[in-house]
Design a protein around this ligand. Structure first.
Ligand SMILES: C[S@@+](CC[C@H](N)C(=O)[O-])C[C@H]1O[C@@H](n2cnc3c(N)ncnc32)[C@H](O)[C@@H]1O
Length: 472
């Protein structure tokens, strides 16, 4: 049995005696943070693998998960607080030491861990992973952090909301300032954009997302997932929400008949599949298919059509093949650059371009992305997105449909890309209003013709969809 971490609910809350071995949950969270910061790993991949490897289950696993994700989400806030408690610039603090301080700050400022337990357990961990001298430094800094609660610290270190709302929200809700501004611009284009709504979005980004499953059409039913403890999804007829537990413990998920897939991701694929089309409807293309979530859904929605799934990265193409393994209909996976067609032009009836993007719409599930991305990534991605969109429009037949999708709401990756490429085609491509293709009663879809979904409005990732018809 694993030892329960200090400060964990319903446990012995006495501070760990000096020299005690660090508890396994905190040590695991620390190792995930190191992997994220040292080798650009994704927490949502490393954490479950380490939990399995160490045999951490139940409350210990929940504690390690909250510690890891909470620390990654709150990093921007904690760094500003730590900056006020450390006698040198934070970029001069050794990265492992900084991760220990962030873990301690999260326990002190955002978890119900008593201060003495948060400090002593983090100092134990520091002693084990960095040595006695540095453990003393961690102890001294965390005692300074413990002097105020989060609200007290925000009053001290965040710019005043009245004079610098973006700066205030950036510190209070732990998003880089450039991301706060980009999200606000995108909300404005979607018919909102007050600072209050921006704050709602930032708050929603920091909530633990529900695990949403897709019952892959032709392979599983929502009712089957409901029978296994899930609840029907809010919007997609194929979605089910798992309130607790490991989705991979469910047989339909292990068998690939169901999968983890955000409802927003399901809805954009459904919109493309449902859009009215005149003429043949037999050839579908997914131009950026890896790891295959939308390809598997499309295959199930179009059992009568041939689906060609294209992916640049061989290892991701293998994931697409796995996702499509038991899907109905005819499908083929090819490793290719979507900008360099290995197919005839003008022959596809429906094309999905789910373009590589910053991922700023999926911060609930990948909290570290906000710190990893830089504003200078955006123009480079936007160039690739334009090239792929030109290729998608070349691939579709006259009258056929292209769905341009991103899991980022950043305007430079969404509307600007589409408007620019449409401008080049001088009337050869037209927008289709995508709003009627979303579930009846789904609110706040914006002024159209594109649809931007939002975590705080719809409970989905911030997926963007522009539906286009080739007219010439
Ligand atoms: C947003 S993801 C697609 C997600 C996928 N549609 C799903 O639902 O599972 C974008 C994918 O595009 C791939 N990609 C990037 N550049 C590409 C290119 N030039 N041609 C084809 N695929 C590319 C990436 O490797 C990545 O797997």
């Amino acid at each position: 049995m694993t030892r329960r971490p200090a400060g964990y609910p319903r446990q012995n809350r006495r501070p760990a005696p000096r020299g005690t071995r660090p508890d396994p949950a905190r040590r695991l969270a620390y190792e995930v943070l190191r992997a994220v910061h040292d080798r650009d790993a994704y927490a949502n991949l490393v954490l479950p693998a380490l939990l399995r490897e160490r045999g951490l289950e139940g409350r210990d696993a929940a504690f390690a998960t909250e510690l890891t994700y909470g620390t990654l989400r709150g990093q921007g806030t904690y760094d500003v607080v730590l900056g006020a408690c450390v006698d040198r610039p934070l970029d001069q603090v050794d990265p492992p030491l900084l991760d220990l301080l962030r873990l301690g700050a999260h326990q002190l400022l955002a978890m119900r861990v008593p201060a003495h337990a948060a400090v002593s357990a983090t100092v134990d961990l520091a002693r084990a992973v960095t040595g006695e001298g540095r453990a003393k430094f961690v102890n001294a800094v965390l005692r300074r952090v413990a002097a105020r609660d989060l609200e007290g610290w925000l009053g001290e270190v965040a710019p005043p909301y009245a004079t610098d709302p973006a700066g205030h929200l950036a510190v209070a809700h732990a998003h880089p300032r450039w991301v706060v501004n980009a999200l606000r611009d995108a909300l404005t284009a979607a018919g909102g954009g007050s600072w209050e709504e921006t704050a709602d979005l930032l708050r929603a980004d920091n909530l633990r997302p529900q695990v949403t499953l897709v019952a892959r059409p032709g392979q599983a039913e929502v009712a089957e997932l409901v029978g296994l403890g899930a609840e029907p999804g809010r919007w997609s007829p194929y979605a089910a929400v798992l309130p607790e537990g490991d989705p991979h413990a469910l047989e339909p998920v292990r068998a690939g008949r169901a999968a983890v897939q955000d409802e927003g991701s399901q809805l954009v694929a459904l919109a493309l599949a449902r859009a009215p089309l005149v003429g043949p409807d037999a050839r579908w293309l997914d131009l950026c298919a890896g790891p295959g979530g939308k390809a598997a859904l499309l295959a199930g929605l179009a059992p009568g059509a041939d689906l060609l799934a294209v992916e640049l990265q061989p290892h991701r193409a293998r994931l697409v093949s796995r996702a499509l393994a038991h899907a109905p209909g005819r499908h083929q996976v090819v490793v290719a650059d979507g900008r360099d067609p290995a197919w005839r032009t003008g022959v596809f009836d429906r094309v999905l371009l789910d373009a590589p993007c910053t991922g700023l719409g999926a911060l609930r599930r990948r909290p570290e992305v906000r710190w990893r991305r830089r504003p200078e990534d955006v123009p480079e991605l936007a160039r690739l997105q334009r090239e792929l969109l030109r290729s998608a429009l070349d691939a579709v037949r006259p009258g056929g449909l292209v769905a341009y999708v991103t899991c980022s709401p950043h305007l430079a990756e969404t509307r600007v890309v589409v408007d620019d490429v449409l401008g080049e085609r001088a009337g050869g491509v037209a927008y289709v209003d995508a709003r009627p293709l979303f579930p009846a009663g789904m609110p706040d879809l914006g002024p159209g013709p594109v649809v931007q979904l939002w975590p705080h409005r719809h409970g989905t990732d911030a997926m963007f969809l522009a539906l286009l018809r080739r007219v010439g």
